[in-house]
Design a binder for this molecule. Sequence first.
Ligand code: HAX
Length: 467
Amino acid sequence: MLIRRSFNLLSAPSRSPVFAAWAQLVRNKSTAPAGSLKARISELIPQKQAELKDLKVKYGSKKLSEMTVDMAIGGMRGANALLWDLSLLDPEEGIRFRGYSIPELYEVLPSAVKGGEPIPEAMIWLLMTGEVPTEAQVNSLTEDLNSRAALPEFVERILDNCPRDLHPMSQLSIAVNALQRDSIFAKAYHDGVHKKDYWEPTFEDTLNLIAKLPLVASKIYRNVFKDGKVAPFDPKLDYAHNFSNMLGYGSSEEFTELMRLYLVLHADHEGGNVSAHTTRLVGSALSDPYTSFAAAMGGLAGPLHGLANQEVLRWIVHMVEHLKTKNPSKEQIAQFCHETLAHGNVIPGYGHAVLRKTDPRYVAQRNFALKHLSHDPLFQTVSNLYEVVPKILTELGKVKNPWPNVDAHSGCLLCHYGLTEADFYTVMFGVSRSFGVLSQLVWDRALGLPIERPKSMTMESIRKMFD
Ligand code: HAX
């Protein structure tokens, strides 16, 4: 029997099919089919809860880092202050997803094409469970996601009514916020779900949202840049294949492989980056996954974070036009970099708050380019930038990491296959980022993590503390 949390004439219980499914699920307590991702998470939760309890008992009073005034002013750089189990970033080596480096992902995760790119569904399973999935598990997840992929008609209409000059990232946030109408978590909370069960509706919202994002993104792309028509969703295809079809590039097997790589590489980058931390922060108030993810997309849309992929291509196009050549020499590139810096702008795609070496996600994309498009003139320019920019940034004397990050390379790959509309790139990043940040959100609720609330200080209070 469901208990209504409050009596409110304005918020009568929804009669949507999603809610009915959730109510049935609570009544039955039968939850997930054997072998499904949800069933596996359900088995893992008691172990993880015990692990967290043990961590608190043994190490609860130990210090992770010393907070200095500089750290409080400087965006909390170097403060080990978040628990995030899905991935860990080493400044020298780069990212490990559940312990696996990117080259190791190629060894352990299944691919759709022999010797090809890992399948995104396998990445979702790995991030959610910490376990490498079998082929059967990957197939069951594909089937599950495909069954959830349709958009409510009113969301399609909202997107169709967005002006073409509204930035695609704003359209993405609007659509995700609109999908919130069907949030199972919000409805379950309203109806008094027990806190130990929070993870289940969070999981349902998470899979529903991940499943719907390719269609949301494709609709935005086709509306803003093409004829507004989206190829039909094919329930027999995998996530990335449907995505590339709906974008309009599915006839190229190489592009579909690029989508698989793209979706895997951008999925997670530990917990402190703006999009990950925003999801965690907003979700910690028990805002539902849609609201939390829409907020995170606002953060991803910043040019120092995800929007850098758009800025990289724009900057290169501007350079090529300015220099009136498709193949600028290294000397010309260096000159253009100096001009950019002299104007008080950053070189987009270079630098990182944590990394101190070339981003392995850049390397993975470079390897893809070397395999498939080594003679592309844009790739040549991206390669030349790699030789020129780090020296120039190092000479500035203040840049802590002069090496390229993930965003320095992605535009060049997409352009090669005809997807040249840079303003759309961060939307694709967002589709992938949902895998990591929403999976962690499921665990946040399963582990009962509390609302985030760090203490802030005034300048005066800091002075008083030390004077
Ligand atoms: N070009 C010019 N100057 C740069 C620079 C770059 N690429 N990277 C850093 N700097 C400057 C900073 O602006 C800062 O200057 P001020 O002291 O004058 O303010 C100084 O060098 C020290 O910065 P830092 O400590 O090395 O770097 P931060 O941790 O402060 O910032 C950024 C990290 C990624 C934001 C930064 O390197 C940058 O702006 N890069 C360009 C934008 C970009 O590529 N962003 C994407 C990052 C990866 C990501 O999140 N992808 O989604």
